[in-house]
Design a protein around this ligand. Structure first.
Ligand code: ADP
Ligand code: MG
Length: 232
């Protein structure tokens, strides 16, 4: 069986890509067979974050019907498989149906597919999934972000997806942000991860490696590890 987990939020910049990359790295370290998919088709950035070279065939080529799904999967040096996207654009109306069939191609080929989605295309990504696949909703501890998360939870559940919980990213635990209890009560969902604001994140970006590799004991890495434990 292949488990599909999409990392979603209605807002950009909440930390979806960062969470997707670090979860892929941690599950890979646990010996799981992982495929990380860059389904942010308008502004894909997993390859940039990971310093992954430009590759000849990407998810875009598969969606255009030029290549097969397996041709767009590459091995990242740390061991997980990566399906990058390219910056070229594609008419949106074709995206949802075709992404769904790319995901179906992965069934039985990988144990866990982690799908990084775009804020603007989040809806299409959620539609491409099957009922009972999982959507993890990412929010920052601010009201606009939490209200967007509430919308995203509703849409995901309307599609029949399971929302195991919400990840609160960039938590500073100061008086200017919503508390975990306040977020929980607005969203009526379990908070399955709290990832602190971490200055080492910028260093890991410069090093083009997941934070859990460059700074395994920093506060956000500890948050990622607890999240991975919750999800495993
Ligand atoms: P999204 O994919 O939701 O648009 P990203 O993962 O690209 O968001 O994160 C946006 C920016 O915030 C990036 O520069 C990233 O390094 C930074 N960031 C994400 N999470 C944290 C964190 N916990 N601490 C510090 N910086 C973070
Ligand atoms: Mg992103």
């Amino acid at each position: 069986m292949t488990r599909f987990i999409v990392i979603a939020s209605a807002k950009g910049g909440t930390g979806k890509t960062t969470i997707a990359i670090n979860l892929a790295a941690l599950f890979n370290n646990m010996g799981r067979n992982i495929t990380l998919i860059d389904a942010d088709l308008t502004a894909p950035n997993i390859s940039t974050y990971l310093g992954f070279p430009e590759v000849p065939i990407t998810l875009h080529d598969v969606l255009k019907g030029k290549n097969q799904t397996k041709e767009a999967i590459y091995l990242h040096p740390s061991g997980f498989k990566l399906m990058p996207a390219s910056h070229s654009s594609l008419p949106l109306e074709n995206f949802q149906r075709k992404l769904g069939s790319v995901l179906l191609d992965l069934i039985g080929k990988t144990e866990l597919a982690i799908i990084d989605s775009a804020a603007t295309l989040g809806l299409e990504t959620l539609q491409a999934l099957k009922p009972a696949d999982e959507a993890i909703i990412v929010t920052n501890p601010e009201l606009p972000s939490v209200l967007d998360a509430k919308k995203t939870i509703k849409i995901a559940e309307d599609y029949g997806l399971i929302v195991p919980g919400v990840v609160v990213n960039r938590a500073r635990k100061d008086k200017h942000e919503l508390s975990i209890n306040e977020i929980k009560s607005v969203l009526q969902k379990q908070i399955i991860g709290i990832i602190p604001e971490d200055k080492n994140m910028r260093k890991s970006l410069m090093m083009k490696q997941p934070l859990v590799y460059t700074h395994p004991y920093s506060s956000a890495s500890r948050g990622f590890k607890q999240l991975a434990e919750m999800l495993k």
